[in-house]
Each structure stands twice: as C-alpha cells, then as structure tokens.
Design a protein around this ligand. Structure first.
Ligand SMILES: O=P(O)(O)OC[C@@H](O)[C@@H](O)c1cnc[nH]1
Length: 198
C-alpha cells in the first residue's frame, strides 16, 4: 500500500490513437489534447478536482465526428485508472459529491465495485456545447465507467446552461472519484469488500 499509483497506456484502433498517463496521488496537474476544446476543458477539470495528474493525447477521426475520440478517450482513461488502482487494497471504495456551477447542480456517486455500471440521469436543454454534441457526454461516462470497472451514478439535480451542466458533472465525478480512491486510514490495508476482492 502507498506505492505510487501511476499507470500509462496507449490504445490504438483504426479510428483513434490515445495515450494516457494517470497518477492517482497527484496534485491535479493536467496536460490534455484531444483536439476537442470543450472536452479538454472538462478533462482538465476532472484532473484538477480529482487531484489526479492526467496526461492525455488523443488523435482521432474528427473529420467523421467526435464520437470515436470521446468514447475511446473514456475507455483509455478508465483502463488507466483501473490499472493504477490495482487490487484497491485500503481505499475508501465509495465516493460521492454534489457540485454546483452557478445554477447547475450535479450529484455523482462512485463505487469501485468491479461491477461496471453507469446510471445516467442528465438531460441537456441543447444538443451542442462548444463544438461538442451533448449526447457524447453519456458515451464518455459509460465508456469510462465500464473500462474502470466502477459503478457510476451521474445525476443532474438542476441546470439550464449546457456548459454549466456538463462542467458540474465532471467536477462532481472528480470529487467523488477522489474520495473513492483515497486510502481509508481505518482500513488497515484491507480490501473493502466482504467477499475479499473488488
Ligand atoms: O472552477 P471555477 O468554477 O472557479 O473556474 C472554472 C469556471 O470558471 C469556468 O470553467 C466556467 C465558468 N462558467 C462556466 N465555466
């Protein structure tokens, strides 16, 4: 326990080429280049508020649309976080956060369960924000949760501005994840599951 939880990987398909490095015990330093400005802004917020150092370079078939790049970034990031977590010995496992951005309020609950699941309850009043289709946020979070083998509930409590709604969801995910991956001082290095593995 308390070994540096760092993971790097590269995921290459016929559609995307994505390199990710994560450090779960970082300061929230981020270097993100996906070719999609708003997405970079969201991933930078995820790093900052999750206190996860994040280095992402994603090259994708953006001439088609942003779908493959957004989804595959979720897969690669989720895989890297899952790899950095290892056996999850001594972690809190559960995390939750309510985070506003102006009129928007998002609630996120994370369980590092090993059972991948996304419960998405976020409606956007418009179909785009920046140059991104708002429907892609669900694709990102689903891919991320599946690849990280976590249970993830993302709920919009309220909100009207799409930028605010999206950013509150990413920030709440960051804070919930930060709580879940942190070491529990009372866990004494135990696996936080009655079945002995996660
Ligand atoms: O974390 P802060 O909200 O202090 O800063 C980021 C935020 O100001 C900026 O991303 C934003 C403000 N309104 C929409 N987005």
């Amino acid at each position: 326990m308390n070994e540096p939880r760092i993971a790097s990987l590269q995921r290459v398909t016929g559609e995307t080429d994505i390199s990710v490095t994560v450090s779960l015990d970082g300061t929230g330093a981020a270097s993100v280049d996906t070719g999609i400005g708003f997405f970079d802004h969201m991933l930078t917020a995820l790093a900052k508020h999750g206190m996860i150092d994040l280095d992402i370079v994603a090259k994708g078939d953006l001439h088609i649309d942003f779908h493959h790049t957004v989804e595959d970034t979720g897969i690669a990031l989720g895989q890297a976080i899952g790899r950095a977590l290892g056996d999850k010995r001594g972690v809190r496992r559960f995390g939750s956060a309510l985070v506003p951005l102006d009129e928007a309020l998002a609630e996120v609950v994370v369980d590092l369960s090993g059972r991948p699941f996304l419960a998405w309850s976020v409606e956007f009043p418009a179909s785009t924000v920046g140059e991104m289709d708002t429907e892609l946020f669900e694709e990102f979070f689903r891919a991320f949760a599946m690849a990280a083998m976590m249970t993830l509930h993302v709920t919009k409590k309220t909100g009207r501005n799409c930028h605010h709604i999206a950013e509150s969801a990413f920030k709440a995910t960051a804070r919930a994840l930060r709580m879940a991956v942190e070491y529990d001082p009372r866990a004494a290095g135990a696996i936080p599951s009655t079945k002995g593995i996660l």
